[in-house]
Design a binder for this molecule. Structure first.
Ligand SMILES: [Fe+2]
Length: 294
């Protein structure tokens, strides 16, 4: 074979290997992943055939390899730049406990390390386990119809427990506290009159929860304004069709070891660790949802 053509085909082969190595660590949606692997494999076998051919490869065959490599290059470029929304979708029963975004002891003195360890490692983990079990029964095993009501209740309780706790950890920060700024502050002032009025209403709502539950600042999609809603347990009396922005866990496991029955003190101190950046980011994203969105 003409040396020039041989060198050219060999350089294409090296390029293919580099692409394959580079793509190994990239997580793509299943279909996209199959697509580029199929194109790469077709292209590789065509290239190998040409390299092994005794006769001189025709210009048409070289052009075909070239065309396929250009197509492959553009496909990979497109996939890397436009990952599908479904990327990272969590399959039923596959939830995992998220790590805390800070160390266990960094919210002290407002929330003790002992509470954070128990709260995150034991309580939150149990909601993750409970949700995975309920989802497996409902979607994977499709178990006895008579038990649907039970598993639906388990899914709601543990699912809400898992999602709310995941948000709660993000809603706090060792560098938190103070007052929000920018768009979030303007929205709070518009909808509640002042930051002080919002804080008082949120705190009073948290203190009013009977037994166990949450206080939440939410974005009401349809009315285009902020609202406050309490949640009993994790899922009862929930306000639907809203996006929660800021949540406060007022279950006893969140404060009893440190504050005993003085929930008022816990709520008062909690404001020192609110992560306003997380709330602002969520408000920004929530406002992008257009209504009606179904
Ligand atoms: Fe909790």
């Amino acid at each position: 074979m003409n040396e020039k053509k041989k060198d050219y085909l060999a350089s294409l082969k090296t390029w293919g290997k580099e692409v394959e190595e580079k793509m190994e660590g990239v997580k793509l949606d299943g279909k996209d992943s199959e697509e580029w692997k199929k194109q790469l494999s077709d292209w590789k076998s065509l290239l190998n055939d040409l390299l092994e051919e005794k006769d001189e490869p025709t210009d048409e065959k070289i052009a075909l390899v070239e065309e396929k490599s250009t197509k492959l290059f553009h496909l990979i470029k497109y996939l890397l730049e436009n990952p599908r929304q479904s990327q990272g979708a969590i399959l039923p029963g596959q939830h995992i406990l998220p790590d805390l975004p800070y160390a266990y002891d960094t919210l002290e003195p407002y929330i003790s390390e002992r509470i954070m360890r128990l709260h995150h490692d034991r309580h939150h983990q149990s909601y993750v386990d409970g949700l995975n079990k309920a989802e497996t029964e409902l979607y994977t095993k499709q178990s006895d119809n008579k038990l649907i009501k039970h598993w639906m209740r388990e899914q709601a309780f543990n699912g809400s427990g898992h999602f709310l706790h995941s948000l709660f950890w993000e809603n706090m920060s060792p560098r938190g506290g103070g007052r929000p700024s920018g768009e979030l502050m303007r929205q709070i002032e518009k909808d509640f009159g002042s930051f002080a009025a919002f804080k008082a209403l949120f705190s009073n709502a948290a203190e009013s929860v009977e037994g166990v539950g949450w206080a939440a600042l939410v974005w009401e999609l349809r009315s285009g304004r902020l609202a406050i809603q309490t949640i009993e347990k994790h899922q009862m009396f929930s306000l639907w069709d809203v996006i929660p922005l800021l949540v406060l866990d007022v279950w006893e496991h969140a404060y009893y070891l440190q504050y005993e029955n003085k929930r008022v003190d816990y709520v008062k101190n909690w404001w020192n660790i609110v992560n306003w950046q997380s709330v602002s980011q969520r408000l920004k994203e929530a406002k992008k949802v257009n209504v009606p969105y179904v």
